[in-house]
Structures are given as C-alpha cells and as structure tokens.
Design a protein around this ligand. Structure first.
Ligand code: CO
Length: 459
C-alpha cells in the first residue's frame, strides 16, 4: 500500500504544448511564470526533449540550449526533466555512443536533473548508452516502457523489460502511453505488478486521446503509482495529458494528498490560458483537437490518423482511407508488432499507405528495410517470414546492438562544422548540428556570424 503523497510532474512546458500547440511555446512565453511554477511543489517540470529541440531551431529561431539555461535561471527548487529517445537522442535515427554520451552530459550540465529514456521498440540495448551516461553525469535516470497492446506486450513482458532497465541502473520506471491506449484496469494490473516486483518509483504518463486517461490515472494511483504526469488545465485534455487541478483537488485531505495549493494552480492556469490563445493566433494553430476513441480500435495515435488521411488526400487516394485503417494493424503485425511511436509510427504508417495505394509491398522504403534488417533493434514479435524474405531476401539480419556498427561521430561533426565556417563552435552547437544539420546551420548563419555590422544584429 502506497501512502506517500501523490507526486505530480507538470508537462505544460514540453508535452502539453507539443500535444496541443505544435510545440510552438516560446521561451519568452515561459519566463514570466517560471518562478510561480517553481513554488508550486511539483515533483518535476518537463521542459525539454521530445520535439522541443527541433521546434526551437526550426520554427522559433531559438537555441534550445539557451532555453534550457534560461529556464534553469528561474527554476531553482523543482527538478527539470527531459524526454530522450535513447540511441536516437532527439532525432530519427541511431547515433554513435559518443554523441549520445556527450548529449546527455551537456543536457545535465545545462540544467536537466531527470532524464526519461525510451526506445520505440523497447529494446533495452538501445537505452543502455543513454542510461549509463545519465548515471555517470549524476542525474536521475528514468527508464520508460513504451506502452502498446499486442500479443507480445503482456504485463509479464513489461515487467521483464522494467527489470532489464533497473539492472541498467534505472532510478525509476515510467509507463509511457503516448497513444492513450492504457485502460484503467490494465493500468491497475501493470502498476500493481511493477510495484510488487520492483522497488523503484513508478510514474504513469498518458494522453487523453481516447478520453480514458483520468480514469487510468485513478486506477494507477490506487495500484500504488508514485507519480502522474499532468498538464495545467489550458494545455490539458484531448491529445495532451489530463489536467493537473482535478488531481490536486481529488486527493486533498486523502491519504495521498499532493500538498499542492490549488490557488497557485489557478494563477498558472490564468496565465497559460492567455499564452494558449496567443499561440493559437500567432501561429494559426488548431488547438481545439477533439478526442478520438477510434484510437482504441486502430491503435493509431490521434495525430497520426489525421496525417495519414492528409497523405492519402495528396495522392488522390482518400477513398482508400477505410482500407488503410485495416492495413495499418496488418502491417504492424507483419513487422513484429512495434509500438507506434516516433519513429516506428511513421515507418509503419507510410508502409501501409504505400500498400493500399500501390499494392502490398510493391514499393518498400529504406526505413522499412532497416527495420526488417534489425537496424532499429529487436522487434517485440518476430517479423513475418514471408514478408521478411520479400523485403531483404536471404540477407542475414543483424542481431547485435545496432549502435555497435556506428563509429564515433563527434570529432567528424566538429570538423565538418569548422569547415563550414564555425571553428569556434561549442560542444552544444556541435550537438545541435549533429542532430539537425540543416536547421542548425541556418540558425548559426543568423546568430553566430563574425560580421561586426551584422544585419541580423546577432552579437
Ligand atoms: Co507524451
């Protein structure tokens, strides 16, 4: 029986606006409220990682490292948390160990206290390097179980994976339910079993996409979950997390009282309501995303359904959309039941689109070949032998840790960047360049030039 105060991880500065405002919240929107947020008594603030790094450089003309340092200036008491995609860091393919390690060290050095590490396939070998680096850097290493439903994702499979992560040094475990598929009773069973079999704190991260998440959290808390991820009300609901306030209110005076003052949350909510409406106008966003319980049947994350429909329309094949919805789960099963999260969601989704528009497996992307080759790691279930043969013939798939095949990259990146005109680049700049070369160079072009009378006034 868990009688500790329920802890709250606030996601508005990362997942909240990534889910509802296309990751467009700017550092200047955050700074005026950070001191107040620091005084709430949150377990942690999620502020970095996921899509925020890319979005800073690509859309907001911001240096993501500078954002992190800025936030740290105002948040003195509350730990800062980030989301890291294991060996993919924050990009879409595998990087060499030296890049992963340096990235983790620089993140911690610039202000991160807790790193949540996950891998799209739940292959422990893909988390190994990031977890070890996090421990070595002195930060809290949280291992995440990417939640999905398949014959290869039973409670026992997740517990087994959690134990692998704890063996690697995980200080806590997160159940990461990016698509909102975790049902209240499944959550109860999974959390209860994890609490029985392990001794680390258990955190639950879900999305309201299917409209189940609040019920799921309550059952998870009853089963002994230590921490839940919520977003302050204006950035909660639909494809984001459940709202923070109702949990604080519901547990007030109960054995697991959060100790958080609801009044303080109202102040935050008033502030972020204005931020949201400002972002909606400035970036012409649709922040009014409806819940879609269809995700429960198709297991396709909400945002992805609309992307796929858009792709089909562009190819003039929207009449095949109902076929696509049937094709997705079929492709997913044939490719070994990967959870649908970046980057596997895109890989499986595009394959299904090609299958219904051009004929099954008539055209195969490099990413699908790589997935079948084992370049992303071990798929949860076996790949259909006939499909495997069709895609890679008699080629022997790799069965070692994929990153073992990638030679060190940091020095080469530094040299490339020096050759492009940035010999004085910081390690942070080199890492930005390693992850997103084109957009990093475009940013440096504007902000790192040596011109004393720079028209962009970058000095
Ligand atoms: Co999320």
């Amino acid at each position: 029986m868990n009688n500790n105060p329920l802890k709250i991880m606030e996601t508005v500065l990362r997942d909240g606006h990534q889910s509802l405002a296309a990751t467009r919240m700017r550092t200047s929107d955050m700074i005026p409220i950070l001191r107040e947020m620091d005084n709430v008594g949150y377990h942690a603030l999620e502020v970095w990682g996921g899509a925020t790094f890319d979005a800073c450089l690509r859309f907001l003309d911001e240096d993501p490292w500078e954002r992190l340092r800025n936030i740290k200036k105002y948040v003195k008491k509350t730990p800062l948390q980030m989301l890291l995609r294991g060996q993919n860091i924050l990009g879409y393919n595998h990087y060499a160990d030296d890049v992963v390690r340096e990235f983790v060290f620089r993140s911690v050095d610039n202000g991160i206290d807790i790193i949540r590490v996950f891998d799209a396939l739940n292959d422990p070998r893909n988390l190994e390097c990031a977890m070890k680096a996090t421990k070595d850097a002195g930060a809290h290493a949280q291992g995440a179980l990417v939640y999905t439903i398949s014959p290869y994702h039973k409670t026992s499979d997740f517990v087994h994976f959690a134990q692998d992560l704890i063996d690697m040094g995980a200080d806590s475990i997160c159940i990461k339910d990016m698509a909102g598929l975790l049902s209240p009773y499944a959550a109860y069973d999974l959390v209860k079993t994890l609490k029985e079999k392990t001794s680390v704190p258990i955190e639950v991260h879900s999305h309201c996409t299917s409209a189940m998440a609040s019920m799921t959290y309550i059952k998870a808390i009853e089963a002994g979950a230590d921490i839940i991820d919520t977003a302050i009300s204006p950035f909660s609901g639909s494809t984001s997390q459940p709202a923070t306030e109702p949990f604080v209110y519901s547990f007030a005076g109960q054995p697991r009282d959060t100790g958080i003052d609801l009044e303080k949350l109202h102040t935050l909510a008033d502030y972020f309501r204005i931020v949201k409406s400002d972002l909606t106008t400035t970036f012409n966003l649709n922040t009014n995303i409806p819940v879609d319980p269809k995700v429960l049947t198709f297991q396709i994350p909400g945002g992805m359904l609309s992307n796929l429909l858009h792709q089909m329309k562009e190819q003039g094949a929207e009449n095949k959309y109902p076929e696509l919805l049937k094709e997705m789960p079929k492709v997913r099963a044939e490719l070994g039941y990967p959870p649908l999260v970046t980057p596997t969601s895109q890989i499986v989704g595009s394959m299904a689109v090609l299958n219904v528009t051009l004929g099954r497996y008539k055209m195969i992307s490099k990413e699908v070949k790589d997935l079948v080759r084992g370049k992303y790691g071990r798929t949860p279930g076996p790949i259909d032998p006939a499909i495997k043969k069709m895609i890679i013939g008699n080629e022997e798939p790799i069965n070692h840790r994929p990153a073992d095949d990638i030679p060190p990259q940091m020095e080469k990146m530094a040299q490339d960047l020096a050759a492009t005109g940035y010999p004085e680049a910081t390690t942070e700049d080199i890492l930005s360049y390693a992850l997103f070369p084109e957009i990093a160079l475009a940013y440096f072009g504007k902000h790192r030039c040596e011109n004393p009378i720079c028209p962009n006034n970058c000095k």
